[in-house]
Design a protein around this ligand. Structure first.
Ligand SMILES: [Zn+2]
Length: 174
């Protein structure tokens, strides 16, 4: 079973690769990602958030109606972006952190769906924010990279401390 990878795992900083074949592995990945996204009450997920360095994102801003509005976008690209919007974003891979981030309000994105069919998506507001956030993941960018140095450093120190503490508390198995 796959799990959400969290900061500071290096996979989150790496650029995911283009999907050339939508084979059984990719289909499985999409199914597992959507299960996990709904379980985690997330509205979007990128493949490298589960440790798979593939350009696959999924999203559903109406996540409470599980599966009805799920969009799968493989090799996504933003081809048009207009106007600005500011929104307080969180991320499943950056627990206990929120930051106000400015993104484009309207976007046009392209990619292929899980059947390999080309799709064009025109999105605004939360859907547009979500697509930009997930494509950021595929490029190794986190919401931490969008906030001030100060805010980022405070979070990094907090995580460093937590990691040291859990090291300390772990029993030594000899
Ligand atoms: Zn995220």
């Amino acid at each position: 079973m796959i799990e959400i990878v969290t900061y500071p795992d290096p996979v989150l900083k790496r650029k995911a690769e283009l999907v050339e074949n939508i084979d059984g592995n990719i289909q499985n990945l999409i199914d597992n990602m959507s299960k996990l996204m709904y379980q985690s009450s997330g509205i979007g997920l990128a493949a490298n958030q589960v440790g798979e360095e593939k350009r696959v994102i999924i999203f559903d801003i109406n996540y409470k109606e599980k599966g009805k509005n799920l969009t799968v976008l493989i090799n996504p690209k933003i081809i048009l972006a207009e106007d600005k919007i500011e929104f307080e974003e969180g991320c499943l891979s950056v627990p206990d952190f929120q930051g106000k981030i400015t993104r484009k309000k309207f976007i046009k994105a392209q990619g292929v769906d899980r059947n390999g069919k080309s799709i064009d998506i025109e999105a605004e507001d939360l859907t547009a924010i979500c697509i930009q956030h997930e494509i950021d993941h595929l490029n190794g960018t986190l919401i931490l990279d969008h906030v001030s140095h100060l805010k980022r450093n405070i979070y990094k120190r907090k995580i460093d401390k937590l990691m040291k503490r859990s090291d300390h508390e772990q029993p030594k198995l000899l």
